[in-house]
Design a protein around this ligand. Structure first.
Ligand code: PEP
Ligand code: MN
Length: 457
């Protein structure tokens, strides 16, 4: 291990690595495609399609993440648990963007620092599953693994993995990116027009007054600065927005991993910021092998069963030269486990002097099932995990530099609690997720307010 190697510059290309070298390792959570020729055809086609992002955007994001590591920014990463092909439409995309922009405004205003905005979208189509198959009424079929692989209907035909779905996923991701970029470039994110971000259904939210007061304060501040400087200040009419997804389906990721002119190394050009899920984080597994060769900033989900030594070994594999901004660790422990599971990891990483950005995902350790069969999460547990995370980092002398949430701009009832005190009975009103339960708009905004309250305490 390279335990004594700190902040070595310049960083180098990974040794003995290619975008496909992961194929010599065990790749878990992959579909078994019935037709190898069809798979090869699809990956070849993918390899020739235009990229979704550019290397200079990726490098700029890495620079911003390095600032977050240094305590100068806060990361807001959020979106659906999984996107699906039928929900690639303008309302859903713009509503999700509105929530993220409103949350980032709450964070910028409350934390007094810039926010790095990253969506879980434009490629979040593959899902890890706890079982390879699903049984209903005595019938066993392969599990649904996300729209990029198969289809959720419970029929044998729908569940067959189809490599052409990777081409559709690329196209839907490109449409999503195109719309987000057009909105941002067209002034949607302009701080002079905060009313653009309002969502119709929340006029009577219990949080509306707090939010409107903040909007008023931001509006006054912008006007004051502009009066003072006799014109526009800074770059208030646009923001940066980045994309991320779980790099789960390796043929899809590898096919879009490329070299670009005037840059060394390899970039995954399907997203700015891929992450490794908790179930695919084995040190000797294919996902760690694939990710160690990328120049993109990368993230790793860290669950409660990881030991400090295991974590340090993966950190070494993924960021051997301790490059600033390169590696994010997203802990997802659960409100009941974080106090025990997190401090030894924080202490080990700090003791070894490793540079990482620590982020809290308060969603995935808090999933439960209700008596009437819904997969849900209680807002109270999410809030508690966030608050504990701040406390644990403070006690360890490390910094919590971001939040990772599953959320939507729609009026769904998937998580219980929050300002409107949704109960188990409310879940049936508007439960739409085919995978994990998301925070609705109000709950997402409340989570942002809770972060501000806790971190400024
Ligand atoms: C997810 O982010 O949707 C997910 C499956 O998370 P994890 O890998 O942390 O369980
Ligand atoms: Mn999820």
């Amino acid at each position: 291990m390279n335990r004594n190697k700190k902040h070595v510059q310049p960083v180098r290309e990974a040794q003995d690595w290619t975008p496909w070298s992961w194929q010599s390792r065990t790749a878990t959570q992959q579909p078994t495609y019935p037709d190898a020729v069809a798979l090869a055809t699809a990956t070849r086609e993918l390899g020739e399609l235009p990229p979704l992002v550019t290397s200079w955007e990726i490098i700029e994001l890495k620079r911003q993440l390095a600032e977050a590591q240094d305590g100068k920014r806060f990361l807001l990463q959020g979106g659906d648990c999984a996107e699906n092909f039928t929900e690639c439409n303008s309302n859903l995309i713009s509503n999700r963007l509105k929530v993220l922009l409103q949350m980032s405004l709450v964070l910028v205003h409350g934390l007094r620092m810039p926010v790095v905005r990253v969506g879980r979208f434009a490629g979040q189509y593959a899902k890890p599953r706890s079982s390879d198959s699903e049984v209903r009424d005595g019938v066993e079929l392969p599990s649904y693994r996300g729209d990029i692989i198969n289809s959720p209907e419970f029929t044998a035909e729908s569940r067959i993995p189809d490599p052409q779905r990777m081409i559709t996923a690329h196209a839907r991701s490109a449409m999503t990116m195109n719309f987000v970029r057009a909105l941002i470039d067209g002034g949607f994110a302009d701080v002079h027009h905060l009313e653009y971000w309002n969502l119709g259904w929340v006029g009577h939210s219990p949080l509306a007054d707090d939010y409107q007061r903040m909007v008023q304060a931001v509006g006054d501040a912008v006007q004051f600065m502009e009066t003072l400087s006799g014109g526009q200040v800074g770059n208030l009419n646009r923001v940066d927005f980045y994309t991320s997804h779980e790099a789960l389906l390796l043929p899809y990721e590898a096919a879009q991993t490329r070299q670009v002119p005037r840059q060394w190394g390899w970039f995954n050009l399907a997203t700015h910021y891929p992450w490794i899920g908790m179930r695919t984080a084995a040190l000797d597994g294919a996902h760690v092998e694939y990710m160690r060769g990328l120049r993109n900033p990368i993230a790793l989900k860290v669950g409660p069963s990881v030991t400090p030594d295991q974590l340090l070994r993966v950190v070494d594999a993924l960021n051997p030269d301790d490059e600033a901004g390169h590696l994010t660790l997203i802990h997802r422990m659960g409100a009941g486990k974080i106090a025990q599971a997190l401090p030894p990891l924080l202490d080990a990483v700090r003791r070894e002097g490793r540079r990482v950005l620590w982020v809290c995902d308060p969603m995935h350790g808090n999933t439960e099932s209700t008596a009437n069969g819904y997969k849900t999460r209680r807002f109270e547990n999410i809030r508690q995990e966030i608050e504990h995370a701040f406390d644990m980092h403070r006690a360890s002398g490390t910094r919590l530099g971001g939040i990772h949430l599953e959320l939507t701009g729609e009026d769904v009832t998937e998580c219980t609690g929050g300002a409107r005190e949704l109960t188990d009975v409310d879940l049936q009103r508007a439960y739409r997720s085919t995978v994990d339960p998301r925070l609705n708009y109000e709950q997402a905004l409340e989570a942002a307010m809770c972060i501000v309250r806790k971190s400024t305490q």
